[in-house]
Design a protein around this ligand. Sequence first.
Ligand code: NDP
Length: 315
Amino acid sequence: RKGSVIITGASSGLGLATAKALAESGKWHVVMACRDFLKAEKAARSVGMSRENYTVMHLDLASLDSVRQFVDNFKRSGRPLDVLVCNAAVYLPTAKEPTFTAEGFELSVGTNHLGHFLLSRILLEDMQKSDYPAKRLIIVGSITGNTNTLAGNVPPKAYLGDLRGLSAGLNGTNTSPMIDGGDFDGAKAYKDSKVCNMLTMQEFHRRYHEETGITFNSLYPGCIATTGLFREHIPLFRLLFPPFQKYITKGYVSEEEAGKRLAQVVSDPSLSKSGVYWSWNKDSASFENQLSQEASDVEKARKVWELSEKLVGLA
Ligand code: NDP
């Protein structure tokens, strides 16, 4: 049978390019888990995906109720779950004030980390039931959360500190909306959320790989300077960022190429090792990359996991 893969945020950018690559391979049925149903449907058609290869299902990661509703709908569809790709993200680099999810968590960490944390934790059970031989759970990471790289050293840097803001609920009322308890910074909140994504992937690997055989991976697909991720940035940035990445840093990658890379992490037999953060070199060959000290801190991963469980109501 065809593999069955859920991709969050498949209505644009990397998620859409990956959905297209997998649908075209003829080996996958893609469940596009998106907050804007119509946009996702139009996006799928605009890239020429044929009807039998995809299903759009509503998911708003900025609401834990919506996450639970999505899981119910998915279960009711009767489809098996072979691979889950946590791809959706928001990036709010120019926001002066924090905004919040339905439950009152700062929006970047609430969407990118906590929404996906709940989703992947509850769907793990469904994945365990699938008879697919190569089950995978993938959480998209980023170089920007890794302070062992040049890009990761552009301020404001990712830093989770002692997690005091996360433990207080990230709600920004009496407490800080930032994980480390500091003042709100939208760009930093995004980077922090990506560190949480990479820590979560490793914690999943430590807790569940041996028992379930599921492969847990993260990746940095390259700088896809043209996606909607930068939609909130100032116009001059949006104009100069793609050529800067193309000609100066040479880290630029097209949406199509990035989609092929993530599709490899979904289905390529040679990328089956668990607990890996994949990256690609300039010849587009994949390699196991090193994470920064903070993004590979075992103790921090455990604490982020436990605090997140409390916030999303799993503990
Ligand atoms: P896009 O903005 O193009 O795509 C983000 C997707 O997330 C969209 O489909 C968006 O939906 C969706 N989304 C946002 N909020 C929610 C929500 N509350 N519920 C459900 N879906 C939501 O960005 P990219 O394709 O660039 O980003 C995809 C991933 O790649 C992210 O994890 C990002 O961190 C990562 N990444 C991107 C890099 C880049 O250079 N662009 C580099 C490294 C990593 P909608 O279409 O409705 O807005």
